[in-house]
Design a protein around this ligand. Structure first.
Ligand SMILES: *[C@@H]1O[C@H](CO)[C@@H](O)[C@H](O)[C@H]1NC(C)=O
Ligand SMILES: *[C@@H]1O[C@H](CO)[C@@H](O)[C@H](O)[C@H]1NC(C)=O
Ligand SMILES: *[C@@H]1O[C@H](CO)[C@@H](O)[C@H](O)[C@H]1NC(C)=O
Ligand SMILES: *[C@@H]1O[C@H](CO)[C@@H](O)[C@H](O)[C@H]1NC(C)=O
Length: 366
């Protein structure tokens, strides 16, 4: 179905009320939340303008059986209530900012603390928890695409300046998904770090854990963290550590050697992707031998956060599937975590008139 599905009036009212709580310029009830399907010869994805979220990616396996390979919910209400960032576009600054504070041009900015003393993924109502405007939508044809727009206001979640943000999801050629993001600072300098937070399970959402998936990360270095998952500032070689995925390696092979948050094992780590920081280059390859599905990710960002859903609670998702720990993996290309507080990390500051650009290309095979 290539037509937006209007939601129940009740849900719209609820969503509009949430939006207007933080953004007084959003006229209650004016913005509709819908689900939009892009389809190119059997390859299809669904996107909602709630959080610019990817809600489904349907792919065949090597035997021709189709499955939805991303975690999510059956209803928008599920995404409104979500705390895992399933499929969402996160910002204004993805990942953690230590102590919810930074200094820019001599001025101290205080943000929302939504991760202990830190800010995570833009605060408690970041870009993943707002209604985006659908600017363009072409559901079928040669290159189906949808462009979503969000205007982030000066002071939103504590961040400085008005910011125009766009994301386009496009099915570029058979089994290629392109994601293009840009953000323009209108009046003040601000950090910007967007990330696409899809949870992938190439065996099919809800099919079990991803510990047998083989992962290759084109990253010789990573940014070790302290116990609060804040980078120490060191950019260290992966060689000789369980973080080394330069050669294809099963996710589970060394997972019990790495801490993935309080009391759990798992990967939740930013890698410094090899190559020119702003060039579109190969970041990762994931293979699920059981289904034959594979994903190759290209991007133009300095880093990629590799997360193995260590903290995924037993959530009921699409079609009644229950998602457990390690039930998916995320490959969030982005700048380095807490870069605003680490002058040696690539800068995330966008000055008025400057444009932030983030491109991702997912190439699927089976
Ligand atoms: C909201 O999320 C919580 C925590 O994941 C979950 O327990 C609850 O069932 C969800 N409620 C709805 C209505 O989805
Ligand atoms: C937050 O900071 C306060 C003051 O420094 C400290 O006492 C507290 O333990 C910190 N909380 C966490 C969760 O780190
Ligand atoms: C940002 O993306 C939108 C949608 O593709 C495009 O119309 C706009 O020109 C882009 N802005 C910049 C400054 O590149
Ligand atoms: C989640 O489900 C698994 C498998 O059924 C179970 O072992 C585990 O205790 C559950 N965890 C929580 C937090 O309920």
């Amino acid at each position: 179905m290539a037509r937006p599905r209007p939601l129940l009036a009740l849900l719209c009212a609820c969503v509009a009320a949430l939006a207007s709580a933080g953004a007084p310029n959003v006229a209650a009830g004016r913005k509709m939340v819908g689900v939009y399907e892009l389809n190119k010869g059997g390859f299809s994805i669904k996107v909602t303008n709630w959080g610019a979220t990817v809600t489904s990616v349907v792919l065949p396996d090597s035997k021709g059986n189709y499955a939805d390979v991303v975690l999510g919910y059956d209803t928008i209400a599920g995404y409104v209530n979500d705390s895992t960032y399933f499929g969402a576009l996160v910002g204004r600054v993805a990942n953690r900012i230590a102590n919810a504070r930074f200094v820019l041009d001599g001025k101290v900015y205080h943000l929302f603390k939504n991760d202990g003393n830190n800010t995570l993924h833009g605060g408690h109502r970041g870009f993943s928890q707002v209604i985006w405007t659908v600017k363009e939508f072409v559901g079928g044809g040669d290159s189906p695409y949808i462009t979503l727009y969000y205007h982030s206001f000066d002071g939103e979640q504590g961040f400085p300046g008005d910011l125009d943000v766009y994301v386009t999801y496009e099915l570029a050629s058979p089994y290629v998904l392109r994601v293009r993001m840009n953000a323009t600072a209108l009046d003040k300098a601000t950090p910007v770090n967007l990330a696409q937070h899809t949870y992938w399970n190439l065996g099919g959402q809800g099919s079990g854990d991803i510990l047998h998936d083989t992962v290759q990360l084109f990253a010789s270095r990573y940014t070790p963290v302290d116990s609060g998952l804040i980078p120490t500032g060191v950019v260290a070689p992966v060689a000789g550590t369980p973080y080394d995925f330069l050669a294809p390696t099963p996710v589970g092979a060394r997972i019990r050697q790495v801490s993935g948050g309080p009391g759990v094992y798992g990967y939740d780590m930013n890698y410094a992707v090899d190559g020119e920081p702003e060039a579109l280059r190969k970041v990762a390859v994931v293979r699920d031998d059981a289904s034959g599905r594979a994903l190759e990710l290209w991007a133009n960002q300095p880093g990629v956060q590799f997360y193995t859903a260590n903290l995924l609670p037993n959530i009921t998702g699409k079609g009644g599937a229950v998602y457990h720990q390690y039930g998916a993996l995320c490959l969030e290309t982005q700048g380095f975590p807490d870069a605003v507080n680490h002058p040696n990390f690539p800068s995330q500051i966008v000055r008025p008139g400057q444009v932030y650009k983030h491109d991702m290309v997912f190439k699927f095979s089976f």
